[in-house]
Write a new protein. Sequence first.
Length: 255
Amino acid sequence: MKQFAAELENNIHIYRRYPLTLVSNFILLVIMFWGIFLGGMLVGNSILGSNSLTSLVIGYSLWVLIMTTISNMGQTIFSEAENGTIEQLFLVPKGASKLFFIKEIVNLIISFAYSTIVLILLMLTTNRWIKFPLTVILPYFLALISLMGVGYVVLAITLRYKRIGSTLEVGQYIYLGLILFDFYNGDVWLREIGNTIPLYPMIYWIKEIVNGEVKDQMNLISISIINAFVWLLLGIVIFKLTVRKIKQDGTLNKF
């Protein structure tokens, strides 16, 4: 519990230390949202699906959650390496896995707060106030589980290949395109692709709930549960295998 509190306090301190950067990031995210929305209007509303503005606000705010989580997890490794404490994390009695689990939980809390502020700013600037019924809790919870798995994958890739900041940034924007694309209104093979993308079934489910158009809810529940836990287990396995590999190769501190 002390480790959790210390990690949370440290993350909050970083944001409070650089308020101008934080405000600038929020402004840039809002500007980017409007660029995407107006660009989508130019090529036709169909690219964003039905109820395009509401769907885009939800999808974009969830992408901010994902983007912040991924960036923070990569930055965690960089910071530990720069401070010369990366090896110490793997020598503590609690083990690296437990420490990184705590970091993941704190990261999700911070990212959730960050994306919530972005969501409020988007609703304020679009004057589209979205009512989220309590039924969104389950898909959102499953989305966080899936996101934890993605976080472990990012940790593993960073530990293995070191400085991958540019790669992560490119991947984030590719992912934005994926979650805004309407896989579920296409052919069967497109739907199957959507089912395998981390968080995509949950994001689609949340959009459907908010728009009052939920179809085949039991199927969405089962697909979302599978997506969440498959990605969580996959992330943990990849992380553990990567840690074992870099320990054998002696490349842990070679950043």
